[in-house]
Design a protein around this ligand. Structure first.
Ligand code: 15L
Length: 263
């Protein structure tokens, strides 16, 4: 019996924290990777292509997107920065990803959004994915914009776009907030695999956290997509302990506090 052919994915941000986990985990789920980053990605693994390129350059992305089956866009600034840098790297960079996909005939884009797209939302037991955008930073604004661009490319050009509102991707939870927001190493691979594999999702937003007992987000859209997390931050609760911070009233935690006011 022959094994099914692997499908090729362009992974931006391949040198980053989540990029490295996907490089290690996605190939065993049937995806082969073309990895892109401006930073050093080390040696190519089996079946991998490495492209040193910048998401701020549309021509680079057009060349990198030719011939792949899907794009996973993890590249960009992973936290708050000056508006000009956020615009250039995160907003323009994400536009380049969708536009390169459209021109190359690639129909699936998985976009690394963030909980900071809705960071000024008060905590509730089950915040839905269609809660109104309430970014807590310029970084959060770039994630709202990336989701909006994805929606446009779905409705106008027929792409499938899955936006992952990632919580706190860490090897283990470190602070009380993480008992709600944690996304484990294993679950991030399961999440991206589901986002790549779901048949014709159209435009979908899902929360990217593990199956945390104390989670604040509606996980049903994720389950409908085929994302079934296996980890729960609660198993680390004794190590993390309890504690409160004034910004803990809001989903975005410290991003909503005065130290993130850099305007
Ligand atoms: C994010 O989106 C950031 O990339 C990461 O650095 C953390 O701040 C995370 O959210 C979080 O909310 O913990």
């Amino acid at each position: 019996m022959t094994s099914p052919p692997t499908r090729r994915v362009l992974l931006t941000g391949a040198a980053g924290q989540i990029g490295r986990l996907l490089r290690a985990g996605l190939p065993s789920t049937g995806w082969s990777l073309r990895c892109l980053d401006i930073a050093d990605m080390g040696a190519a693994g089996e079946g991998e292509e490495l492209i040193r390129a910048d998401v701020t350059d549309l021509d680079d992305l057009l060349a990198a997107t030719e011939g792949v089956d899907a794009v996973v866009h993890m590249g960009g600034l992973a936290g708050e920065a000056a508006y000009e840098d956020i615009r250039r790297v995160n907003i323009d960079g994400t536009f380049h990803v969708y536009e390169a996909a459209r021109r190359a005939g690639v129909t699936r884009v998985v976009f690394a959004s963030s909980n900071h797209a809705v960071g000024f939302t008060p905590r509730a037991d089950c915040v839905p994915v269609d809660t109104r955008p309430r970014p807590d930073s310029f970084y959060g604004v770039s994630k709202v914009t990336g989701e909006a661009l994805g929606s446009l490319y779905v409705d106008r050009y027929g792409l499938d776009v899955v936006c992952l509102r990632i919580g706190s991707q860490l090897p283990r939870p470190l602070r009380p907030r993480h008992l709600s927001t944690w996304l484990s190493d294993g679950d991030v691979v399961r999440l991206v695999d589901a986002a790549l594999s779901a048949p014709s999702p159209g435009f979908v937003v899902v929360y990217g956290i593990s199956a945390n007992t104390r989670g604040w987000w509606d996980m049903q859209p994720g389950r409908a997509l085929g994302y079934h997390p296996l980890d729960d931050a609660e198993s680390h609760a004794d190590d993390v302990g309890e504690g409160a911070d004034p910004t803990d009233e809001l989903l975005g935690g410290e991003f909503t506090g005065p130290e993130y006011d850099i305007a």
